[in-house]
Ligand binder design. Structure first.
Ligand code: MOS
Length: 736
């Protein structure tokens, strides 16, 4: 039996997904289910002075209208409302807690009815009066009030002085607008009343155990009174890391009615949840005439809410990629009257590396150097921030293989020099970098005598392929066909797992499965050794492996006993083991994934319409567990990068503090017609240091660098540099 790890294995949940058998949070049924509909604030700041639900309550089928005045009890401390991944600083949002309004779109009442349509109609009849207060939703208006937050990366040298002394300088500011996640599945929760104050809550989340702990703490419940399930997730991308307000309101409704409640947000209401923060990025690069960097200064000014301080690492990436004796970073937060911003695919890097890699392109132009050549002259084999080497870094190979596949050698460096009929052709490139994180996680394996195994872990599969890679890993570790492996995920009662995020789940959960399979093998060997005349009597655990339904000596494969025989001898029909894996601390190495992204754009010379006709993304991300799901991850990241470069932008009307395009008709994302050729290359990157299996994860690296590569290609095509995303044709016409 060939190993499964590394092959292009199709999704084990693929059939369930395409047939609709895979149920999402808003699809679980329960007897006597009531439906909720949220009423949102129409003002961004102030106080609720009056709520009149009289007319709504008279509608037939309406059960109740919950507000801060009549809701069941909820905890009253910030600590109780802090979930596992809440920002350290601040006071988490509490839906329906009090009369204060913190952002437009804030939930302020929950209508509960026998049917969803009735709840929605009745919601339109609730009259709300506010006392409005002055507010601000424009980052540029607040940038001078922005305050610096402590970020991990320390400066080195004197970046200011080195910049002034540099032979060639580049300094510019970029802007990345607010972006909303817009997963296909709407945020939803079905809180099933199990009686006696106990609930099973189906929630759209990336972390069932995080939500379970949060609900227990908010509603002062014992751990065994709340079970949270999330077997399938229709996209989340970071918005599902923290519990969102709909899960609180679904449970609140269920507690109030003592019956099951389903709450599905509308697409528009999801613009009242978290978002990628609008960010101003300032880059100053100073180089010697030979194209080596001497100074990197990176300042980010990002949006947070008035009540929490959310920030990620935008600024520290330059010194991971490039040698520079001097570097300085500043991260500021501007408070606006909006919901707290949150993680979105490659948070910090998608934005920060966009700015960095745009600046590197501008520096290459100033130095009259090929953009790859500049990056090679600055190439760093060490993390300059921590001054440590990498566990592995095959970025040079990414540049080489990406350039070769793309045909970069045929590029004429002169802007506006390449064309195809009425279109200007531009070729641009950028580097990408992300973290290779790993977290403690546990797994349980139940192996039965018939050679089947069940693998249990609380992890969520948010569409990344976790079910599939864990089935592959378990099949190899247990020596069974993948068809005999059944993976169960997304249930808070299962063995402990971190939230599915940060690209850490593949490494974390795979090692948990292997560690548990080792325990299973140990038990099998113990039993096998007691068999009279056992062929494995003298074999040590390290010298055994599980292959083809047998426990086998690695030194002499003729020494083997079938799992069925071992269990029969031991008079058992199953072996059940659970084990937690954690990774040893290693502060002596940097752990990162890398990429080189190449983009071709064609720009209509008259109209300025931009098409991204080709992308090559060469990724070095350690061991690739599944060539098929890995390819899909990176391809999805590339598509999102196209959106970031050309389409995505949440538009506010700052006079009203409201999102104007809270729908997927006017919030543009790339559609099929916008997506052309995407080639994904995985550069071979063996890594014996990072973890035993050499896994780095790649949920996020796929988007990093894509927007910069496209922006750089647009410059090469047109000679125009649009630094504010998205690059739309009006900006292209305006810019010099
Ligand atoms: Mo990812 S933004 O950590 O879900």
């Amino acid at each position: 039996m060939a190993p499964y790890i590394g092959t292009a294995t199709s999704r084990v949940d693929g059939r369930a997904k395409v047939t609709g058998e895979a149920k999402y949070a808003g699809e679980f049924k329960a007897p006597d289910l009531a439906y909720g509909f949220v009423i949102e604030s129409t003002v961004p700041k102030g106080r609720i002075t009056h709520i009149d639900a009289g007319e709504a309550l008279r509608v037939e089928g309406v059960i109740d209208v919950l507000t801060h005045k009549n809701r069941p009890r909820m905890a009253g401390t910030d600590k109780a409302w802090k979930d596992d991944v809440a920002p350290e600083e601040g006071s988490p949002f509490r839906p329906l807690y009090g009369d204060s309004i913190k952002f437009s779109g804030q939930p302020i009442a929950l209508v509960l009815a026998e049917e969803w349509e009735i709840a929605r109609y009745a919601a339109s009849l609730v009259r709300i009066e506010y006392e409005e207060q002055a507010f601000v939703t424009d980052l540029y208006q607040q940038r001078d009030q922005a305050f610096a937050v402590a970020k991990p990366d320390k400066p080195h040298g004197d970046a200011g002085r080195a910049f002034m002394a540099a032979a060639v300088r580049h300094e510019a500011e970029c802007f990345i607008p607010t972006e909303h996640h817009n997963p296909m599945e709407l945020f939803a929760s079905t809180a099933i009343w199990d009686g006696d104050g106990k609930l099973t809550v189906y929630d759209k989340t990336q972390g069932v155990q995080n939500v379970q702990r949060y609900l227990c703490s908010v509603f002062e419940k014992k751990p065994d009174e709340v079970r949270v399930m999330s077997p399938f997730v229709g996209g989340a991308f970071g918005l599902g890391l923290r519990p969102q307000y709909q899960v609180v309101l679904a449970m609140l409704g269920a507690l109030a009615l003592q019956r099951s409640v389903r709450l599905v947000l509308t697409r528009g209401q999801m613009y009242g949840l978290g978002h990628r923060p609008a960010t101003i990025e300032r880059l100053a690069l100073g180089a010697k005439a030979d194209g080596t960097l001497d100074s990197i200064s990176h300042e980010a000014i990002a949006v947070t809410s008035q009540f929490e301080e959310f920030s990620r690492n935008d600024t520290g990436w330059g010194a991971l990629l490039y040698k520079s004796a001097n570097a300085k970073y500043v991260h500021r937060l501007a408070r606006l009257d909006v919901p707290t911003s949150c993680d979105m695919r490659a948070p910090g890097a998608a934005t920060g590396v966009y700015a960095l890699e745009s600046a590197m392109d501008e520096l290459a132009v100033a130095l009259k150097l090929d953009p790859i050549e500049l990056r090679l002259r600055c190439y760093s084999d060490r993390d300059q921030n921590e001054d440590v080497p990498y566990t592995s870094k095959q970025l040079r190979e990414c540049y080489r293989q990406g350039a070769e596949t793309f045909g970069w050698g045929k590029r004429n460096p002169e802007p506006r020099s390449m064309r195809d009929g009425s279109e200007l052709v531009g070729w641009g490139m950028a580097s990408g970098v992300w973290e290779a994180l790993q977290m403690p996680a546990a797994a349980r394996i139940v192996l039965t005598a018939n050679g089947h195994a069940e693998v249990f872990c609380a992890a969520s599969d948010i569409g990344t392929g976790t079910y599939t890679i864990l089935a592959q890993v378990a099949a190899d570790a247990l020596g069974l066909p993948i068809e005999n492996i059944n993976v169960k995920l997304g249930d808070s009662t299962l063995p402990q797992a971190p939230v599915e995020g940060g690209s850490w789940m593949a490494a974390s959960a795979s090692h948990a499965v292997v560690a548990t399979a080792d325990e299973v093998r140990k038990e099998l060997l113990t039993l096998a050794s007691t068999i009279k005349g056992s062929p494995l009597g003298k074999t040590s655990l390290e010298d055994t492996t599980l292959v083809g339904g047998q426990i086998v000596s690695k030194r002499d494969t003729s020494l083997a006993i079938s799992i069925a025989d071992v269990m029969r001898h031991g008079a058992i029909d199953r072996i059940e083991k659970e084990k937690t894996n954690s990774f040893p601390e290693d502060s002596g190495h940097a752990r990162n994934t890398h990429s080189a992204v190449f983009a071709e754009v064609k720009v209509d010379e008259q109209l300025g319409v931009i098409r991204v006709t080709r992308i090559v993304n060469a990724v070095a991300a350690g061991r690739i567990l599944n060539a098929k799901t890995a390819h899909s991850q990176v391809m999805g990241g590339v598509v999102w990068g196209i959106g970031m470069a050309l389409h995505e932008e949440t538009l506010f009307d700052h006079r009203f503090g409201r999102v104007m395009n809270a729908n997927i008709a006017e919030y543009h994302v790339p559609v099929n017609a916008d997506v052309h050729e995407i080639k994904v290359i995985f550069v071979d990157e063996p890594d014996k240091i990072i973890n035993p299996m050499g896994i780095k994860g790649l949920g996020e690296i796929g988007i990093v660098g894509v927007a910069a590569a496209i922006a750089n290609a647009v410059y090469h095509a047109t000679g125009k540099r649009v630094r504010d995303l998205p690059i739309t044709l009006d900006k292209l016409h305006r810019s010099a």
